[in-house]
Design a protein around this ligand. Structure first.
Ligand SMILES: O=P(O)(O)OC[C@H]1O[C@H](O)[C@H](O)[C@@H](O)[C@@H]1O
Length: 190
């Protein structure tokens, strides 16, 4: 099982396999199944049914070996599978950086969206291959697969930023993304 490097990290090259959406050398890969997204979809019964029906993988996060510690600059590639639960598009859990810091995403494959919420207002960026989405400090962020194929993006973020998932459970994300006949739409938080 690949692991994070231990600081001090010596300079090294990272091979970015764009086609495979992988970083080499590899660090750990995080796999999030439907059961890991408890309390996040609006339709709780649909979520329960999906967990009971095979508990599918919703997304994976593959990291380089750069560790998530202060002053380092880790990178990861997240791939979200296509799908809906209760009509709501499959998505990441979403988190706030407790130690407010910015982050950038680069769209690699497929179609997605970057939903951000500062506790008062939300913003949405359509993500396509080549799009850089900027997440300013203090904005919780969630990624959504809006298409019919896997959606992948590269993230680069301060290693000391942290992941506060409780913030999203407490405050929500300001809006939810749903599949529609013509694509997708954002609906008010419920
Ligand atoms: O942490 P989640 O909300 O599940 O999002 C999945 C991943 O998205 C991005 O790649 C972030 O940089 C990762 O730190 C995060 O783990």
């Amino acid at each position: 099982m690949p692991a994070f490097a231990t600081p001090p990290v010596a300079p090294f090259a990272i091979s970015f396999d764009h086609e495979a959406a992988r970083l080499e050398p590899e660090g750990p890969t995080l796999t999030r199944r439907m059961s890991d997204l408890e309390g996040l979809f609006a339709d709780h019964e649909a979520w329960q049914a999906a967990v009971a029906d095979g508990d599918p993988v919703v997304y994976r996060v593959q990291s380089s070996p750069v560790p998530e510690v202060d002053r380092e600059l880790p990178q990861s590639i997240t791939t979200i599978e296509p799908g809906t639960t209760g009509g709501e598009l499959w998505m990441t859990k979403g988190h706030q950086h407790p130690n407010h810091q910015g982050e950038i995403y680069l769209g690699l494959h497929g179609a997605g969206g970057l939903l951000m919420y500062d506790g008062t207002r939300h913003e949405w960026i359509d993500m396509a291959p080549g799009t850089i989405g900027y997440i300013p400090p203090g904005w919780a962020h969630r990624s959504v697969n809006t298409g019919d194929e896997p959606y992948s993006f590269l993230a680069v973020y301060p290693g000391g930023a942290g992941h506060d998932y409780g913030w999203v459970l407490e405050h929500g994300m300001g809006a939810r993304a749903y599949r529609t006949a013509s694509g997708h739409e954002l609906r008010p938080w419920s």
